[in-house]
Design a protein around this ligand. Structure first.
Ligand SMILES: N[C@@H](CCC(=O)N[C@@H](CS)C(=O)NCC(=O)O)C(=O)O
Length: 204
């Protein structure tokens, strides 16, 4: 069985969500946040970077949530969370899946961090964020999810960042993305994962 090292209020929910969708149980090891909202030292003993999520499977240790999501669909031969391999839709999905951590997360965090610290969000950070939220709105098209009605890995991947943006009121100028976030809240895997491990965003 897969072991999931799950930091509270973290990207680990993405992995739990997919495992719920796939009907695969896991051994979840929870890590509480420190007073500074960082990962505890014990997580550094699991993986040198001390970040979550990390999974262990058959002696293999894997980090990076996008890689873990890809690993799980390959391991369990799941075809429901990705478009058909090799099609333009498949590559668009790959691009969106990588976009979340490679490009979007860093920009979003520049607005989320000051909001979390009860500081004003710098104008430059907010306008960079707005540009990305406009991009996501355009990608959504008719929605309700990134690739239409079928939930994909890219939706699961982006959920964590949207949870934080919503928590700090940063989606209010972007009704299309806010509606997308609302649609994610009704996904059975999201409901099961957050019921089991708690919310992705920290409480007020
Ligand atoms: N790109 C990585 C990011 C991992 C990451 O930064 N995780 C956060 C939790 S959401 C973490 O472990 N933070 C704790 C810390 O840095 O102290 C992924 O997608 O898995």
């Amino acid at each position: 069985m897969i072991t999931l090292h799950a930091l509270k209020f973290s990207r680990a929910t993405r992995v739990l969500w997919l495992l719920e969708d796939l009907g695969q149980p896991c051994k979840r090891i929870d890590y509480e946040r420190t007073a500074e909202f960082r990962a505890p030292e014990t997580l550094s003993k699991v993986h040198p970077l001390g970040k979550s999520p990390v999974i262990e499977d058959d002696g293999m240790m894997l980090s990076e949530s996008a890689t873990i999501l890809r690993y799980l669909v390959a391991k369990y031969s799941d075809h429901s969370h990705q478009p058909t391999h090799g099609t333009p839709a498949f590559w668009r999905h790959e691009s969106l899946l990588d976009y979340v951590e490679s490009t979007f997360a860093g920009v979003a965090m520049q607005s989320i961090m000051p909001a979390f610290q009860h500081k004003d969000v710098p104008k430059q950070a907010k306008s960079a964020l707005d540009k990305h939220l406009d991009f996501i709105t355009a990608e959504l098209g008719e929605g309700p999810l990134l690739l239409g009605a079928n939930l994909t890995l890219a939706d699961i991947q982006i959920s964590y960042i949207l949870a934080l943006l919503d928590r700090f009121g940063l989606l209010s100028d972007h009704p299309g993305v806010a509606a997308f976030w609302q649609a994610l809240l009704f996904q059975p895997g999201y409901i099961a994962a957050t019921k089991a491990a708690g919310p992705m965003a920290p409480p007020e």
